[in-house]
Design a protein around this ligand. Structure first.
Ligand SMILES: Nc1c(NC[C@H](O)[C@H](O)[C@H](O)CO)[nH]c(=O)[nH]c1=O
Ligand SMILES: CC(=O)[C@@H](O)COP(=O)(O)O
Length: 158
């Protein structure tokens, strides 16, 4: 029996992006690359939710809240942690990495790690649309691949 309600079911995956404002010169370029790639992959603007946070340490909490909201099918975390004079770099990287790794493994939706951890701004810019590519764009492509794979796995279940 087909019971068509007429309710429009989105044909698109819903994508969340949580982006840090710290080192915005870099993170704005990561976001631009991410959005451009999502558009190329056919994701409409209406299917994308962007959340801005102060810095990389704040990313995991908002990724968790967004993932638990049941409003997105996958999340891309974008940030740029650039080494300074002190050990703070190590702690910021550790906090972001540990939090996001746990969320992608244990949370309800896949999370792409698009947080650059570099020694200087030059290295970061090279990975935000420079000679080393754009980590935001890479994460967009990667998330669509993961979502496709997970749909296939779900279809395998009896
Ligand atoms: N140094 C960088 C930070 N530091 C800020 C922290 O992420 C956090 O916002 C603050 O400690 C308040 O909780 N954040 C980056 O994203 N990148 C950095 O290079
Ligand atoms: C990664 C950082 O937290 C860094 O920007 C802080 O710089 P500093 O270690 O010189 O305070």
């Amino acid at each position: 029996m087909n019971n068509f309600t007429g309710k429009l079911i989105s044909q698109h995956k819903r994508i969340g992006i949580v982006v840090a404002q710290f080192n915005e010169l870099v993170t704005s370029r990561l976001l631009e690359g991410c959005l451009s790639q999502l558009a190329l992959l056919g994701i409409p603007d209406a299917a994308i939710t962007i959340v801005h946070v102060p810095g990389a340490i704040e990313i995991p909490r908002e990724v968790k809240l967004l993932g638990d909201s049941n409003q997105v099918d996958g999340i891309i975390a974008l940030g740029a942690v650039i080494r300074g004079e002190t050990a703070h770099f190590d702690y910021v990287c550790q906090a972001a990495t540990t939090g996001l790794s746990s969320l992608t493994l244990n949370g309800p939706v896949p999370v792409m790690f698009g947080v650059l951890t570099t020694d200087n701004t030059e290295q970061a810019l090279a990975r935000a649309g420079g000679k080393a590519g754009n980590k935001g764009s890479e994460c967009a492509s990667g998330l669509m691949q993961v979502l496709t794979v997970e749909s296939q796995i779900a279809g395998m279940k009896g």
